[in-house]
Design a protein around this ligand. Structure first.
Ligand code: FES
Length: 157
């Protein structure tokens, strides 16, 4: 990362320290705001945030690792999540996942080389009665099937 990018991140972290109480209780919203601006939370910025909050960088990284919606590396412009829990799987989510894997040539946890799509498996959206479910950029699609899921994903920019 060059100095210009580092400066941008330093300035934004300073803004966040003014926006939130600068202690560990603010870590999650700080990480969410940071990711919203920069797309992911790089190692340099994790250290900056840890320093400002007076916590160990490992703690910052642990929180990022714990939450599926936080990233420590770049992700695609679109994030597609398919539930792989038992109810959705019973109702066909594995077939849908397999279709996504085949069509876009990526495995769960990967991003297409053009940066268009990151594909993830998750454990239940809490919408089991409308399974199988898929989340695309935060929007839930219920009762999907292979065809409708692929259509939705292909229409993404
Ligand atoms: S099992 Fe898929 S939403 Fe709950």
């Amino acid at each position: 990362m060059n100095d210009i990018e580092k400066n941008k991140r330093r300035e934004f972290v300073s803004e966040l320290m003014n926006k939130y109480v600068p202690d560990r209780t603010s870590l999650l919203p700080i990480l969410q705001d940071f990711q919203e601006k920069f797309g992911y939370i790089d190692e340099y910025s994790q250290q900056l945030i840890a320093f400002e909050l007076d916590i160990h960088p490992v703690e910052v990284n642990s929180v990022i690792s714990f939450y599926a919606f936080l990233y420590d590396k770049p992700v695609g412009r679109n994030i597609v999540r398919i539930c792989k829990n038992i109810v959705c799987e019973f109702n066909g989510s594995k077939e849908i996942s397999d279709a996504v894997i085949k069509e876009f040539k990526i495995n769960p946890g990967e991003t297409t080389p053009d940066g268009k799509l990151t594909f993830e498996h998750v454990n239940c959206f809490g919408l089991c009665d409308k399974s199988p479910s898929m989340m695309v950029n935060g929007e839930i699609f219920e009762n999907i099937n292979k065809e409708s899921a692929l259509k939705i994903i292909k229409e993404l920019k």
